[in-house]
Design a protein around this ligand. Sequence first.
Ligand SMILES: Cc1cc2nc3c(=O)[nH]c(=O)nc-3n(C[C@H](O)[C@H](O)[C@H](O)COP(=O)(O)OP(=O)(O)OC[C@H]3O[C@@H](n4cnc5c(N)ncnc54)[C@H](O)[C@@H]3O)c2cc1C
Ligand code: FES
Ligand code: FES
Length: 1345
Amino acid sequence: MAAAATTAGKKTAVVERVVFALNGRRYEVAGADPSTRLLEFIRTQTPFKGTKLGCGEGGCGACVVLIAKYNPKTDEVTEFTASSCLTLLYSINFCSVITTEGLGNTRDGFHAVQKRMSGFHASQCGFCTPGMCMSIFTSLINADKSKGPEPPKGFSKLKVSEAEKAFSGNLCRCTGYRPIIDACKSFASDVDLEDLGLNIFWNKDDKNPDEIKSSQDHPNVDSIAPPREGWYHPTSIQEYYELINSCILDDSVKVIVGNTSSGIPGYKDEDLYNKYIDIGGIPELSNIVKIESGFEIGASTTISRTIEILKQECESVSSPNGSMVFRKLADHMSKVATPFVRNTASIGGNIILAQKYPFPSDIVTILLGAGATVCLQVVVERRQITLEEFLEQPPLDPTTLLLSIFIPHWISDNQTEKTLLFETYRAAPRPLGNAVSYVNCAFLGHASVDQQSDTLVLSNLHLAFGAYGTEHAIRAKKVEKFLTGKSLTALSVLGAIKLLRQTIVPMEGTSHPEYRVSTAVGFLFSFLSPLAKGIPQPGKALTNGSADSTDTDYVSKVPLPSRRETISNTDYKPVGEPIKKYGVELQASGEAVYVDDIPAPKNCLYGEFIYSTKPFAYVKSIKFKSSLASEKIINVVSAKDIPSGGENIGSSFIFGDEQLFGYPIAEYAGQALGIVIAETQRYAVMAAKQVIVEYDTEGLSPPILTVEQAVENSSYFSVPSEYYPNEVGDVSKGMAEADHKIPAAEVKFASEYYFYMEPQTALAIPDEDNTLIVYSSSQYPEFAQSVIARCLGIPFSNVRVITRRVGGGFGGKALRSFQVATAAALCAYKLKRPVRMYLNRNTDMVMIGGRHPVKAHYSVGFKSDGKITALHLDLLINAGISEDASPTIPRTIISSVKKYNWGALSFDIKLCRTNNTSKSIMRAPGDTQGSLIADAIIEHVASVLSLDANSVREKNFHTYNTLQLFYPDSAGEASTYTLYSIFDRLVSTSSYFDRAESIKQFNSSNKWRKRGISCVPLIFKVEPRAAPGRVSVLNDGSIVVEVGGIEIGQGLWTKVQQMTAFALGQLWPNGGEGLLERVRVLQADTLNLIQGGFTAGSTTSESSCAATMQACNLLVDRLKPVLNRLQQQSKDVSWDTLISQASEENVNLSASAYWVPGQDSNKYLNYGAGISEVEIDLLTGAITLLRGDLVYDCGKSLNPAVDLGQIEGSFIQGIGFFIYEEYITNSDGLMISNSTWDYKIPSVDIIPKQFNAEVLNTGYHKNRVLSSKASGEPALVLASSVHCALREAIKAARKEFSNSGSGRSPLEFQMDVPAPMTLVKELCGFDIVENYLETLSTYELADGA
Ligand SMILES: Cc1cc2nc3c(=O)[nH]c(=O)nc-3n(C[C@H](O)[C@H](O)[C@H](O)COP(=O)(O)OP(=O)(O)OC[C@H]3O[C@@H](n4cnc5c(N)ncnc54)[C@H](O)[C@@H]3O)c2cc1C
Ligand code: FES
Ligand code: FES
C-alpha cells in the first residue's frame, strides 16, 4: 500500500524536462544533470556568453540574469534578477530568462542601458558589465511598475537616490563605481543632467535620450534528450512525504527552494547530488495570510517578496507606530545578501540554515526579536512553536518541513500608556548588504513612565543577539529580566551591559571575538541610552539602526553630486579626446570574447588544481573520497606527467623559476600538486574537493611562515645591486641635528589578493607536430609561451599563446598567469585533447598569491618645527616561495618613501623567502606600501609635536634641488615638477582648511562619531619599456594594428586606436579623426608579433602608442609621395583613393616598429594629491568615506576619459587595500579568507559619498609620448589618504576617551594595513561604553547619596 502510494507520488512529482525561454528563444531540455546551474547551461549549451562566472557563490553579480515568472494565481508576471550561478536549471521551468544579449547586441542594436554604460565610460575590463546591465535594467523596469507620475520619454521612475541600490551587490574591481552610478542615474526622472559625470551623451538641452525598451520574444525550439529522473517538484505536502518515504532517499538527494545556500562557504555543496526535491511548488509553503494578530508568511516566500509584503503593510496601516516592527524588519531584510540573491532565497531556507548550522543569519535574529513563531509539519503532525524553541531543537531532517513563519503585530498600548519600542542593528563590512554580520540584534519592548522616579521602565522585552559566533541567535533572557521594571538610568544600563558580556560569549575559533562582544554592547547601549535618565546625547551620535536614519546631516544622503573634470587636449586630435572605450558596447552586450567565451573545441576536457594545504611536507599520496564527484574524474595529471626533456616549471622571470607542482615536497600551502580532469568544469571543481592528500614531515625542518622566522633562519632572496635602491645623505649626521627622535616604531602591511573579476583561465589545444595553441588570460603572453615550452621540452616556436582581452589583471595575470596556462598545456599535451582551466574563485584566491606583506620599522629624527632631518628604515618584505618579481620591490617601496625630503635616508631591506605563495606585482607594487610608510612617519612626527600633520607634510616637501637628490635619474626638468601647484590647487578647490575646522567642531560636539581629514601628496616613478607595433592597411582602407600590450581594461586599445588615426591623419591638414572607426586592434599572438613584453607598470599604453606611431610614420613616409601625386590631379584625395592607388603601386602597406625608450624618456615622475574625509562610528567601528578629492597630473592626457577612469578606479581599489581587504591565513599559511564572503573588496556603498577627481593637463613634456603621462597605478597610492584620515578620526576618539592602552600618549598608536572596522573599534577602545557608563554611574551614585 505504502509502496503504491510512494510510486504514485514519485511519478506525479517528477519533472523530466524543463521548458523555458532564453532571450526570446524557447528551450526544452531533458536529460540534463539535475545539479546543472542555469549559468553553466547558458554558457555551455547556448550561444550566449554574456553571463559570466565570477565567484559561483552569489557574491559578485557577474552572473546576474533577469527571470520573468508567471503566477497563474494572480495572473501576474514578476521580473527579478537572480544569480544564475546558484539557480538550478530545472527550477526555471516555464520562466523566461533574459541575459544582456537579450537586451541588445551588435546585430539588433544596443539597448539604452548598454549604450549608457558605454557612453559614461562605465566599463573598463568589462567582465562585470553584463551583470551590471542586467541589474540596472531590472531596477528600471521594476521602478516603472510602481505608482507615481509617468516619467518623461526615455527616463524611468527610478529616483536618483535609488541609483546606487540598483546594482548593489554587483562588484566591479576596475571603475570605482562612480561612472556606473552616473550611467544608472541618467535614467532617473529626477536627474539633473549637469550632475552627471563625463559622458558622450548630453548637454543639458538634450531632452530625449534613448528609450528603454523591453526585449521581445521569438519563440523557437531547442535540444531534447532522453528524459532522466532527478528533479522532483511535489505540489502537496502529501506528495512530498511520499517522495521522501520512497526509495529516492537511497540516493543523494537535496531538498531546496532557491538553492542559494549552495553559495555559502561551509554549507556549500561538497559533493554532487543525484536528485533534488524542489519544495517551492507546495502551496502551503507560499501562502501569505494576514490576520489581525499578525502575518503568516509561507516558508518558501522569497526574502524580496517578504520585504514587499511588510512594506505594503506599512503603507496600508495609518498609525506609523502600528507598522513600525514590520517596517524595521523590512529595512533590515533589505541588507541581507544582495537583491539578486534575495529574489530567489526563501525566508524558510534562511531559518533552516540557522537551525541546522551555526549560520550567522540576520533573519532569525530579527524574527526572534519580533517574537515570531513557526509552523512545522512533522510527517502527519502540524506544530506551532516559538522560533526560539525551534532553534533549540536538534538539527532538522527531511521528515520535518517548515511551513510558515508567523510575525505578531505589535502595537503600543494606549490604555496602559506603554510605548512600543523596536530596533534592529547589524554590524557588517558593507553598509548596504552583501556581507554577513559580525553581530546582529533586534530589541523589542514597551516603555512606560514611572511617575515616582520620573524615569522610563521597560516591559515585554525581547533582546535578541545573533551572528557573534553562536550556534544560533539567542534571547538574552538574563538581561531582559534584569531590565524589566527597572528605572532606566546610567547605572541600570551599565548593569545590563555587564550581564550582556556574560551572556554573549563567542564560540572558540570565532574571528574578532572581542569586537563582536563590544559591538553587541554598543548596540544595546544605543537602544537604551536615549531612554535612560542621565545619559547625555551629544550630537545625533548613536549607531543607526536598521530603520531610516533620524540623522539629517549629509552623511546619510547618498550619493552626492561629484565633480569629474578633465581637460581635453586638441593638439593631436583625435588623441587627447575623451572618446569612449574601444569595443565597449561589445563588453556591455556580452559579445566581447574572453578566454572562457571561446567555444569549447570538440572533446574538450576541464581541469582544476589540487593544492597542498601544508606548508612544507612530502606528499605521500593523493587519493579521493569515494563520492559522486570522484566518479567524474577522467584523469589526474601531476609532475610525473611532465615529458622527458621538460621541466617542472610553472612560472619564471628574470630572477628565477618557480615549480609548477610541489614535487616531491609541497613547499607551501596553496601549491599545486596535480590537476583533476573531468568532462565539465563543475565536475572537475567538485572532484578536486574530494581529494585526500597524505603528507609526511619526517626529517623536514619546520616551515618558515613569517618574516621573523625568515630572519631567524637567514632565509632571504638576494637583490641584485642594480635593483637595490640608493640611500641619500648621512643619517647619523641628520640624527645628530635633530631636536627630537622617535627611536623605534612600526607599521605592518598584510597581503592583498587581486580579485580580478575574471578568474585565471586558459584553454590549450594540441595541434600538429607537437605544437599547441594556448589561449591565456595573461598580461605577459610572451613569457607564458616560454614557460609552457620549457615545461613541455619543446621549442618556443611550437607554442602559440593568444590573448584577446583580460577580465582584469592588476598584476595578478602577469607572472601568476603562467602556471594556469602551463598546467592546461601540460594536460592537453598529455591527453592529446583540448583542456580548459577556469579556476574556481576559492582556488584562485588560495593559490595565486598577491601583494607583498611588509613590516616596516623606522627611526626618525626631526626639528621642533616638524622638519625631518634623518630617517632610517628596516624593512622585512615577505616574498613567499620564489623570487618572482620580488627583487624589484625594495626599489619601488623606497621610491615612494622618497616623496618627502627626509634630509638623509638609510635603510636595511631583507627580502624574505618563506613557505607561502609567491608574492608578486600588484597594481602599484611597493609604492603602495612605501607611500603609507612615509605618511605614517609624518603623522607620527606630527603627533609627537602636537602639530597639524599637513603642516609637517609641507615642511618636508622637496624643493626641485632635493627632488634631484632623491630621484637623480627621473626628476626631469624643473618645469615638470608640479607637486606644489597640485597640492595648492587641491587644498583650495576642496576647501581643506574650512573643512578641517568644521571637523574640529564636529568632533567636539559628537561623542560617538568622529571625523578625520587628510591630504596626501604623490610622487610616483615609472619606467616605460620597449614595445612592438605593426600597422597594416587593407585594400578597402580598413586598418589593423597589432601591439605588444594587452587590453586589460586600462583602455590601451582605445589609445592605440586614437594614436593610429592621429598618426596616419598627419597626411591631411585636418587630421585623421575620420579614420578612427576604421581601426581595428588585434589580439596578441606570440607567433605573430614577437617581443610583446609585459603589460604592467602603467606605461604599456604609452609605449604601445609610441610603437604604433613609429609604424604609422613609416607608412606615412611611404604614402606621402603617392598622395602628392594624386593631389596634383585633384585636391580632395580620400583615404580610400590613396590606399587603392598605393596598393596598385605595390607600396608595402604594412609597417612594423619596435619602440625603445630613449635615455631621456626611460624614467619619469608622476605627481598628484588626494584629500580624504572620513567618519567613524565608535560603537561599531563603521567607517563612512564622506569625501574624496583628487588632482592628478596626466601631462597631456591621451584620452582624459580613460585616464580619469584609471585614476578613480585605482583610488577605490587602493581603499580596498588600506581599509577593507583582509587577507587571512591559517597557522599553515593557507589563505582562509578565500571567498567573496570573507574577502571584501570595495562595493558601491563604501565609495566616498562625494568624489571629485580632476585630471590636470600640464602642457608640454618633451620626453613623453605626445606629452602624456601614466595613469594606471599612481592614484591607487593616494588612497593612503583614507588611512591617514581614519587615523585622525581615531585620534579624536582616543582623545575623547583618553585611550592610550600602552601608557603612551593616546595620540600615538600603531595602525596597520588594512584598517577595517574591527581594528577601528579596537583602536578606539573595546570598553569605552562601560568606562563612560562607569563615570556617569559614579555621578549618579554620588547624587543618590
Ligand atoms: C551571497 C549570499 C549572501 C547572503 N547574505 C546573508 C546575510 O547577510 N544575512 C542572512 O541572514 N543570510 C544571508 N544569506 C543566506 C540566504 O538568506 C539563504 O541562503 C537563503 O535564505 C536560503 O534560502 P533558499 O531558498 O535558497 O534555501 P535553499 O538553499 O534552497 O535551502 C537551504 C536549506 O534549507 C532547507 N529548506 C529550505 N526550505 C525548507 C523548508 N520549508 N522546510 C524544511 N527545509 C527547508 C533545504 O533543504 C536546505 O537544507 C546569504 C546568501 C547568499 C548566497
Ligand atoms: S558568479 Fe554568480 S554571483 Fe558571482
Ligand atoms: S569593468 Fe568592472 S570589473 Fe572590470
